[in-house]
Design a protein around this ligand. Structure first.
Ligand SMILES: Nc1nc2c(c(=O)[nH]1)N[C@H]1C(S)=C(S)[C@@H](COP(=O)(O)O)O[C@H]1N2
Ligand SMILES: [Mo]
Length: 320
């Protein structure tokens, strides 16, 4: 399958122009009145978000300084990877089509009792905090983001996993009616939905954050609203957006990128400047908005928090 050999930045220009995506979306908008209503609901401005009053949350002093200036909000909101909405970085407009209320998250698998929770019910049960984290994409660019969210470990506690839960598997929505990338044609042959996974130990690490806001406000849709993960010590593709399902499982989940190209996008994907991607070096990164390239650090500079997770696993492909 041809698509297996290509990543977005290598697709022919004709497939990735914003015009193409926009036209697709327009065609779809006139095609279906029901979907049009969805689009309108999904297009509600951030100010109308029912969780607006929860922001800004208190800054966690342990993560108040990421060692570099915060990336300007506008750059962050408008330079994204979100293949559900297309292969270019400019998916901000297309992502506005996603309806984010009502939004429920299924928690199932190896848990005492499976449950389905509305995003606003979850937000009532957790402690929101702000943390400034570095964010390093496998494509060798980075940002510094003031996220708001709650620890993944607090959700693990809420879910009450059994002793058989060895991994946590996350799943994104699959809504071809609103997500152009999931429609036949563009990336319709990708194995949607987007999947990612971590070990239960990684999920319980204090750094792992479920993110619902950024820059002191509810999260923009382009950045994964209403809920996404951020694992600052791993390459960005592990930090799944638009989560609808969290499953506690016995077997190691296979992420969508791993399913497409396992030799380039592995399960662990921990940041390491000394282990090159098969097609480029990971030794340095472009800090978006600064025009600077800086050396990349092991575990993206978070070794003190996470290195102990990997003792005894040296034989694994930890950095890919
Ligand atoms: N559902 C979903 N989640 C996703 C992606 C995606 O395409 N779909 N892209 C990933 C990649 S490659 C990166 S670098 C980050 C980008 O997050 P940002 O756009 O907020 O910087 O989201 C990750 N999560
Ligand atoms: Mo990425």
């Amino acid at each position: 399958m041809l698509i297996k050999k290509l990543k977005g930045w290598e697709l022919p220009e004709s497939l990735v122009t914003p015009e193409h995506m926009f036209l697709n979306r327009r065609k779809f908008m006139v095609a279906s009145a029901g979907a049009l209503a969805l689009l309108t609901a999904g297009g509600a401005r951030a100010e109308d978000d029912p969780s607006m009053g929860l922001y800004p949350a208190k800054l966690n002093a342990a993560f108040a300084d990421a060692g570099a200036p915060i990336t300007p909000e506008d750059i962050n909101k408008k330079y994204n990877n979100y293949y559900e909405f297309g292969t270019s970085k400019q998916i901000f407009e297309a992502a506005e089509a996603l309806p984010i209320r009502p939004w429920s998250i299924v928690i199932d698998g190896e848990v005492e009792a499976p449950m389905t929770l509305g995003i606003d019910d979850i937000l009532k049960r957790v402690q929101l905090e702000e943390r400034i984290y570095r964010h390093r994409c496998v494509e060798a660019w980075s940002m510094v983001v003031p996220w708001t969210g709650f620890t993944l470990k607090s959700l693990v506690e809420m879910a009450r996993p059994t002793a058989d839960a060895k991994y946590v598997r996350f799943e994104t929505f699959n809504l071809p009616d609103v997500a152009v990338g999931q429609q036949p044609g563009l990336l319709g042959s990708y194995p949607w939905p987007y999947i990612e996974g971590v070990t239960i130990e990684e999920a319980k690490n204090d750094l792992a954050l479920l993110v619902t806001g950024a820059y002191g406000k509810p999260l923009p849709k382009s950045m994964g609203s209403p809920i996404r993960l951020h694992l600052p010590w791993k390459y960005g593709f592990k930090s799944i957006k638009g989560i609808v399902k969290i499953s506690f499982v016995k077997e190691r989940p296979i992420g969508m990128w791993e399913a497409i190209q396992a030799s380039e996008y592995g399960f662990w994907a921990n940041v390491n400047p000394e282990v090159s991607h098969p097609r480029w070096s990971q030794a340095s990164e472009e800090v978006l908005g600064t025009g600077e390239r800086i050396p990349t650090k092991l575990f993206n500079g978070y070794s003190e928090f996470v290195a102990s997770l990997y003792t005894g696993l040296e034989a694994e492909a930890l950095y890919m």
